[in-house]
Design a protein around this ligand. Structure first.
Ligand SMILES: *[C@@H]1O[C@H](CO)[C@@H](O)[C@H](O)[C@H]1NC(C)=O
Ligand SMILES: *[C@@H]1O[C@H](CO)[C@@H](O)[C@H](O)[C@H]1NC(C)=O
Length: 397
């Protein structure tokens, strides 16, 4: 399907390859051979270079020299010792459009492979998010000079570990303000209209150790924890929800407590993450505190305790712009760096590959999906820049 607006783009832009979304089972090439080879080379170099948390230096420096070879001006921002964000641009530093993704990956490192028979490329980061990084760079290079010069590229560190890279960029004193920001994360080639918010917290309960034969001489931190988690399991059924994002979910991801079967437990810990479909972290905190207040009071009466510590301030659901011709749309349940970049910009979220394999042992995507992403980023940039142009015209009239 090729929406009429796209024929228009094709007509006005000097481009060397088609921009419509081709069927993925078709074997006709999506990109010119040289472009496809460059894409594969860039993607392979990125995936082969380890960039698990705190080890992002090498990939950052490699990418800097790659982009400089392609005539970008590249600024490094030191987020922490040996961890750099990259900001790259053409003729000018102030651009209306920012295209961004992250260069860190989750651990452990998994080696790169490309199986030509199955058309599958795998390895750590092959999807999340080095597929986005590679496709974005190739897409921007394929644009005409004027549009190319309207775009900056930002590749941040620390996305997988709390977003310190994007926060540091956001806080830069001389940071340009953008009108459009396109974020790259695995979205299966669809445009994401929003993602859930998040609130993570740790519950710690304390008691008093004793011999298990004489439990009344102690206070069981595990008993307190079980009561608390029971309350949360019931609360979980009544959390805020929305049409757009579905239910707020609560995952008891890690529970530990006590020392041995024959000892009354002195301490227990549970780490919990909620994915917020409606309301704010503040509302959720209120619900959690309310659900646990009786357990906490009873624990304190017995000489034990219950404390809640939040992993960060969290964020509410994050809406993205969507409604670009020719893109399928969806919402997702994972978080991104998007809320860490402050400013009054329109924002889009798109990327190749699936989140369902992103952090697993079999992280991989089809070469064809990677190529399709180059075409899709092009279409997205062209479509959003045309909206930008139209707005400007209206403004000037
Ligand atoms: C490549 O993919 C084909 C088809 O799925 C499979 O039969 C083959 O074993 C794969 N090769 C390797 C080296 O994994
Ligand atoms: C939301 O939760 C309700 C009640 O627990 C359940 O019936 C419903 O299927 C859930 N909706 C989704 C989209 O998961």
């Amino acid at each position: 399907m090729l929406p009429s607006a796209l024929w228009f783009c094709i007509a006005i832009l000097p481009i060397s390859f088609a921009t419509q979304q081709a069927p993925l089972h078709d074997s006709t090439p999506l990109l010119p051979k040289a472009t496809s080879n460059e894409l594969l080379y860039l993607h392979r170099k990125l995936v082969e270079t380890v960039s698990t948390p705190e080890k992002e230096k090498k990939v950052g420096l490699w990418l800097k020299s790659y982009l400089e070879d392609k005539k970008f001006t590249v600024e490094l921002q030191e987020v922490a010792p040996k961890r750099y964000n990259l900001l790259a641009y053409g003729k000018k530093r102030e651009t209306p459009i920012l295209v961004s993704s992250h260069i860190d990956t989750v651990p452990p490192f998994l080696p790169y492979y490309y199986n030509e028979t199955s058309d599958v490329i795998g390895g750590r980061g092959s999807v999340d998010a080095k597929a986005s990084v590679a496709a974005q760079i190739i897409a921007v290079q394929s644009l005409n000079q004027k549009l190319h010069d309207d775009i900056s590229l930002l590749f941040v560190v620390g996305e997988e570990t709390g977003g310190d890279g994007m926060r540091a960029f956001s806080a830069l004193e001389d940071r340009p303000q953008y009108e459009v920001v396109i974020f790259g994360e695995p979205t299966e080639g669809k445009l994401v209209c929003g993602h859930k918010g998040i609130l993570g917290f740790t519950i710690t309960t304390s008691g008093k150790a004793a011999h298990s034969g004489y439990p009344w001489l102690g206070v069981s931190a595990n008993d307190i924890m079980i009561e608390a988690l029971g309350k949360l399991v019931r609360l979980r059924e009544h959390l805020p929800w929305s049409e757009k994002y579905g239910n707020t979910t609560m995952n008891f991801g890690y529970i530990s407590g006590g020392a041995a079967a024959n000892v009354v437990a002195e301490k227990a810990t549970a780490k919990i993450v909620t994915r917020i479909a409606a309301g704010t972290p503040k509302v959720l905190k209120g619900l959690i505190i309310d659900a646990l207040k009786d357990v906490k009071a009873a624990a304190e009466d017995m000489g034990g305790g219950l404390d809640i510590e939040y992993m960060s301030e969290g964020f509410p659901p994050v809406d993205f712009d969507c409604g670009v011709n020719g893109f399928q749309e969806m919402t997702v349940n994972y978080g991104t760096d998007a809320p860490n970049l402050e400013g009054d910009h329109r924002r889009y979220l798109y990327g190749p590959g699936s989140i369902f394999v992103a952090h697993g042992d079999h992280e991989a995507l089809k070469r064809r999906h990677l190529e399709q992403a180059v075409l899709d980023y092009r279409r997205l940039i062209i479509a959003t820049s045309m909206m930008h142009g139209q707005e400007k015209e209206r403004f000037e009239m």
